[in-house]
Design a protein around this ligand. Structure first.
Ligand code: FAD
Length: 495
């Protein structure tokens, strides 16, 4: 049982400042909050594409969306185009949108009705029933009532950190500049007692949040909380990031373009584009990777290449003793579905929920936190593996390895259930819902052999009315939307 009064955050990257802003906003008067960061060390300097719940996080910390967008040069994001993942052919692409496709019935998702329609001669693509997808294709955007167009952001994460820092400091967080030289443990309990800085300053705390990035100074360096390595399922271990001038008006989507040993991202912001090549160093050398990304940029480079190495996996105990790892220190999966900043958000909100102000945190809270956090990561891990495993590509050793690899039972069950019956079940508040799984599985070429009998109950005329009505509604709504870039300019300029 550990009373919590003084909270110390080690590290001021996106994770550190998100944690500081959220804790200061929600518990500012009840805890004493300090963040230590070192300008000399800096941050990882990548992380631009997000998923919709970030809008909720911004609301939770009292941020106005237009202010946030202006401060971070953000664009709206309706989903991700996956290009070359199934066959590698020039026309091989599919969209993973944030919305829903068609209209679900409580018994069965829309895919069942679409499959029945296909059997009856309705050959319009599944894509045409998804509002977010069609809007993305036409590069249009607007806020619609009831959040009908579901969106996320593409943003400058470094600017987001600066923005959150202002907010956190306004709400009472104290920032200390300096390099942590030593993590001091309490001899009796084994808990962290204090951080010792190079300057000699000593910062004591009751609860420490490790946001020191890949270094994981506290959770690993001092507490050795263990790491589960998932490289055998997600073999990419390297990335090169380069920012370029915007080559064109920013579209409301991220691109994930597969290559023969990984993939490349392209993320449009208002003022520039983020690019990165993710690859497996077993199959591609650093020099070849650099040549590949430099040969596939749309605008002129404005930064020199940022070389990154990572090990995919999760810290076995994200909360261990009086230390919680949030951000890269807690684990990492490649940014294929833009989930890292989301995992930071989930961990912070979960921690706040489990942290009675000035009160006491029990070992049961710690165990619950760890179970929930690891489950989140395992579910995302399975979704990422799907993109690699369900491929028809055999054109390189990398893709042959991916197609042949063993996958977790949890994922095998999901894929085979869908293949046989068209069904997807969302278990335990899983992040990615049915629409996400269906779009990616069908995009990767898994088409169900059967569909729910409820779909076959629709007569010809009824089925035709349903399908054409849904398509027309999507087309009409998209026709009424302004262009994405016009909308951003107006939205960020408005008071
Ligand atoms: P960092 O940014 O590394 O911050 C670590 C902090 O700790 C810094 O402030 C540093 O100064 C401090 N620190 C470290 N050691 C010391 C010390 N000894 N003393 C004092 N301070 C210290 N996420 C997404 O959601 N979307 C994406 O598109 C995306 N793309 C990514 C692409 C790549 C290639 C990688 C590697 C990551 C990507 N991420 C993405 C993840 C995202 O970048 C991170 O989750 C996010 O930036 C949080 O990083 P962090 O704050 O944990 O670590």
């Amino acid at each position: 049982m550990k009373p919590v009064q003084r909270i110390v955050i080690a590290g001021g990257g996106t994770a550190g400042w998100m944690a500081a802003a959220a804790i200061a906003h929600n518990m500012g008067e009840t805890v004493d909050l300090t963040l230590v960061e070192s300008d000399a060390i800096g941050t990882v300097g990548v992380g631009e594409s997000t998923i919709p719940p970030l809008a909720t996080f911004n609301r939770v910390i009292g941020v106005k969306e237009a202010d946030f967008m202006a401060a971070t040069n953000a664009t709206f994001k309706l989903g991700i185009w996956f290009e070359g993942w199934r066959t590698g052919a020039a026309d091989d692409r599919y969209f993973h949108s944030f919305g829903i496709t068609g209209r679900d019935h409580w018994t069965a998702g829309f895919q069942h009705f679409w499959l029945h329609g296909r059997e009856k001669g309705h050959h319009q693509p599944y894509d045409d029933y998804c509002l977010e997808l069609v809007a993305a294709r036409e590069e249009k955007f607007a806020h619609l009532p009831d959040n009908r167009l579901n969106y996320a952001f593409q943003l400058d994460a470094t600017a987001y950190g600066r923005f959150l820092r202002r907010l956190a400091e306004q709400n009472g967080a104290r920032r200390v500049e300096g390099r942590i030289a030593e993590v001091e443990l309490d001899g009796a309990s084994g808990d962290i007692a204090a951080l010792k800085l190079e300057s000699g300053e000593r910062i004591e705390g009751d609860l420490f949040i490790d946001c020191t990035g890949f270094r994981a100074l506290l959770i690993d360096g001092a507490l050795h909380a263990g790491f589960e390595d998932w490289t055998h399922w997600l073999p990419c271990d390297s990335a090169i990031a380069i920012q370029t001038e915007s080559g064109r008006p920013a579209p409301p989507f991220t691109r994930a373009m597969a290559h023969d040993a990984g993939w490349q991202w392209r993320i449009p912001l208002q003022h520039r584009t983020g690019n990165g090549l993710v690859y497996c160093s077993r199959y591609l050398s650093r020099d070849d990777a650099l040549a590949r990304i430099e040969g596939n940029l749309e605008g002129a480079a404005i930064t020199s290449p940022n070389f990154l190495r990572f090990t995919t996996g999760a810290r076995r105990r994200q909360w261990h003793r009086n230390c919680v790892a949030i951000g890269l220190s807690g684990g990492f999966m490649e940014p294929l579905e833009s989930t890292s900043i989301h995992l930071i958000q989930r961990a912070i909100l979960r921690l706040i929920r489990m942290m009675p102000a000035g009160g006491v945190i029990s070992e049961r809270d710690i165990a619950e936190f760890n179970d929930q956090q690891l489950l989140d990561m395992e579910q995302i891990r399975d979704f990422l593996i799907l993109h690699y495993k369900a491929t028809e590509r055999r054109d390189s050793a990398f893709w042959r390895h991916c197609a042949a690899m063993e996958i977790p039972d949890s994922l095998a069950q999901k894929i085979e259930l869908f293949r046989e019956t068209g069904r997807v079940f969302r278990r335990n508040e899983e992040l990615f819902a049915e629409n996400s799984w269906v779009q990616v599985m069908m995009g990767q070429g898994i088409v169900p052999q059967r569909y729910h009998p409820i779909a076959a109950k629709l007569g010809e005329a009824e089925l035709d009315r349903l399908l054409s009505g849904l398509r027309q509604d999507v087309a009409r709504t998209v026709a009424s939307l302004p262009s994405h870039t016009d909308y951003i300019a107006r939205y960020c300029a408005a008071d």
